[in-house]
Design a binder for this molecule. Structure first.
Ligand code: KIV
Ligand code: NA
Length: 261
C-alpha cells in the first residue's frame, strides 16, 4: 500500500477529495483505523483527557506523547501520522520545539507534528520545517490556551483566523487544522490558503475533517461537544462483555470443558 504523504494530501485538496483524520493513541486502535483507510492519524494531546482522565490537555508530557506515538507509528502502514507537541513544547524556546519535533520522527516512526497557533508561531513553524519535520498548524480554538481564554469557546475573528492560517502557510505548514469556528469563517480561511484545511467543529467547507476517536465510538463519558457524532457504541459493548463475563464466572459457566485443559 502507498503511504499517505504531505504531498498526497495536497493533491487531495487540489482534486477536491475529502481528507479523513482521526485521533489514535494505541496500537490496536491505530491498526483498525489505518486498515479502514483513514488518511491521517493524530496522536493528539487530547489523550490527556480521553485516555489519562485529566480535565484539560495541559498535563500530558513529551515523554508520554512519545510513548503513545511509538505505538501508533508501529501500527500505521498507510496513514500519515501526526503527533501533537504537548504544552508548552510548541510555545517556548524555538530550539526546544525543534528538539521535540525531531524526537517525534527519530524515536517513533511518525511523520509530522502539529502545534497550536498561526501568526505568532510562524518563526517556529519555519524553523521546525527547515529542520526537516513537517508541521500542521492548529488555529481557532486552542485547547492549550484554555486558562488564558477562560474556557472552550467558538472563535469568530475572521480577520485574525485568516491571518493565522496564511502566516502558517507562508512559514511552510503543510496543512492547517481549524477548530471550533463558524462554517462561513472556516470557508473563508480555506479560500485564503492553498494548503489543505482540516476542520473540527468548522463545517463542511474545508479540505477534510478530524474528530476524536473515543467520541465517535462512545468511549468518552459525560460531555461531548456539539460538533462530534457518535458512529458506534463501544462503551456499551465493552460494558456488556464485562457483565457477561462476570455472570458466567459467578454462575460457573466459564470456563467450559472446551475452554479448559
Ligand atoms: O488533540 C486532539 O485530539 C486535537 C483535535 C483537534 C482533534 O488536536
Ligand atoms: Na490537540
Amino acid at each position: 500500500i502507498k503511504r499517505v504523504t504531505t504531498r498526497s494530501l495536497q493533491s487531495m485538496r487540489d482534486r477536491d477529495e475529502a481528507i479523513t483524520m482521526l485521533t489514535a493513541y494505541d496500537f490496536p486502535t491505530a491498526r483498525i483505523l489505518d486498515e479502514a483507510g483513514i488518511d491521517v492519524l493524530l496522536v493528539g494531546d487530547s489523550l490527556a483527557m480521553v485516555v489519562q482522565g485529566h480535565d484539560t490537555t495541559l498535563p500530558v508530557t513529551m515523554d508520554q506523547m512519545i510513548y503513545h506515538a511509538e505505538m501508533v507509528g508501529r501500527a500505521a502502514s498507510r496513514a500519515l501520522v501526526v503527533v501533537d507537541l504537548p504544552f508548552p513544547e510548541g510555545q517556548i524556546e524555538i530550539t526546544r520545539s525543534i528538539e521535540a519535533s525531531a524526537r517525534v520522527v527519530k524515536e517513533t516512526g511518525c511523520h509530522a507534528v502539529k502545534l497550536e497557533g498561526g501568526a505568532e508561531q510562524a518563526d517556529r513553524i519555519e524553523a521546525i520545517v527547515t529542520a526537516g519535520v513537517p508541521v500542521m498548524a492548529h488555529v481557532g480554538l486552542r485547547p492549550q490556551n484554555i486558562h488564558v481564554d477562560g474556557g472552550y469557546r467558538l472563535q469568530r475573528d475572521t480577520e485574525k483566523l485568516v491571518a493565522d492560517a496564511q502566516a502558517a502557510q507562508a512559514a511552510g505548514a503543510f496543512a492547517v487544522l481549524i477548530e471550533c469556528v463558524p462554517a462561513a469563517v472556516a470557508a473563508a480561511i480555506t479560500e485564503a490558503v492553498t494548503v489543505p484545511t482540516i476542520g473540527i467543529g468548522a463545517g463542511r467547507s474545508v479540505s477534510g475533517q478530524v474528530l476524536v476517536t473515543h467520541d465517535i465510538v462512545g468511549l468518552t463519558s459525560g460531555y461531548t461537544p456539539k460538533f462530534t457524532r457518535q458512529f458506534a457504541d463501544l462503551g456499551s459493548a465493552l460494558g456488556a462483555a464485562a457483565t457477561g463475563y462476570r455472570d458466567e464466572v459467578r454462575g460457573g459457566g466459564f470456563p467450559s470443558d472446551a475452554e479448559s485443559f
